[in-house]
Design a protein. Structure first.
Length: 348
């Protein structure tokens, strides 16, 4: 059986609904999974009309009522948007709330075993907090409602797969968070993730924190005190891990296929190379041709894959947003779901 994926609508004022519609207008999507959108059916209908696709929106109250057929977009309708006051490209309280309830419902479905994985469209943090939901983003929402204490963000695009020791903290604090145990946790998480993607023996590269990975202590001490001891312990336990690799070269090596996964020490160290590779801007047309990176939260009891781009309020409602990241997110979530389903069968 093809896995069932809950796809959250995201902030309806952004490009989420339209990139979902584009992805669900593809035959290959239904060839590998059974998608259902959590959100507002009227918003999804508006996105269908915006793009001019010949698709029907099937509003349901339960997953079991979905059709899972190409040509029909199943929406678990939460009736969370008032279209009479709705505007594209604007920070709105109701849209922040709509994004939140869509996420919460998807989590509930996954935790109850009604769906095999979740895929999230982008939300707007300002709108989210304006609606009274005080979270830094998707990752923290998922951690809260799944009761997860140890988790990490992984970004992926083609050969580059990167997990972060820390994410949304000031850079000064990020340096203090480079600790042996956290590095070990991150290697364990990305090694497991790579196996879920079908890589049998992952080769993991661990970045240094300092320039030249400190060059034997000339430019810092974190490598000697925290990162190298973590790598030594991991090798003793059988992990195939290299490092610390100088931060200015690890991702070039990963792009060429030398590493199956990388551990970055802080947010921008991992995000910048991924987005340089995944985001493609056409200077002549003045449009983003593709934004293909995905964001995967590791350590959760459920699957969560997301596009690695924002709500793009500047182009929302214009029907020009690319669904490349959404399509890739669905593909990653499908592979992870199939792996977990097979593991569960083997355990039985």
């Amino acid at each position: 059986m093809k896995p069932i994926l809950a796809i959250t609508m995201g902030d309806p004022a952004g490009i989420g609904p339209e990139i979902i519609v584009r992805a669900l207008n593809r035959e290959e999507t239904y060839a590998k999974c059974r998608p259902i959108v959590t959100g507002d059916a009227a918003v999804m209908q508006k996105a269908v009309q915006l793009l001019g696709f010949n698709l029907k929106v099937n509003a349901v109250e339960q997953v079991k009522d979905a059709r899972f057929e190409l040509g029909t977009i199943d929406v678990l309708d939460l009736h969370c948007v008032d279209l009479s006051t709705f505007q594209f490209g604007q920070v709105q309280e109701q849209c922040g709330n709509a994004a939140f309830v869509s996420i919460k419902k998807a989590i509930e479905l996954a935790m109850a075993g009604e769906v095999d994985g979740t895929v999230t469209a982008p939300l707007n943090k300002e709108a989210l907090n304006k609606a009274g939901h005080h979270y830094d983003g998707h990752t923290e929402i998922y951690a809260t409602f799944t009761g997860t204490k140890k988790y990490a963000m992984m970004l992926a695009d083609e050969n580059i797969r990167v997990i972060h020791v820390s994410t949304h903290v000031p850079l000064r604090k990020a340096c203090d968070l480079v600790k042996k145990q956290r590095v070990i946790e991150c290697v364990e998480l990305i090694d497991d993730a790579c196996r879920q993607f079908g890589i049998e023996k992952p080769h993991i590269g661990v970045a240094g924190l300092n320039p030249h990975a400190s060059e034997n202590g000339m430019f810092g001490y974190e490598e000697a005190q925290e990162i190298i001891p973590a790598i030594d312990e991991l090798r003793q336990r059988g992990f195939d891990v290299d490092g610390p690799v100088p931060p200015d070269s690890i991702f070039a090596k990963a792009k060429c296929g030398q590493f199956d996964g990388c551990v970055a020490m802080y947010h921008d160290q991992g995000h910048i190379p991924l987005k340089v590779c995944a985001f493609n801007w056409n200077k002549e047309t003045g449009k983003m041709e593709s934004a293909s990176g995905v964001n995967i939260t590791l350590g959760l009891p459920i699957i969560r894959v997301s596009v690695d781009h924002g709500t793009a309020f500047d182009v929302a409602g214009k029907g020009i947003a690319s669904d490349s990241a959404m399509t890739l997110s669905i593909d990653y979530a499908t592979r992870m779901a199939i792996y977990r389903i097979s593991q569960m069968k083997n355990e039985k």
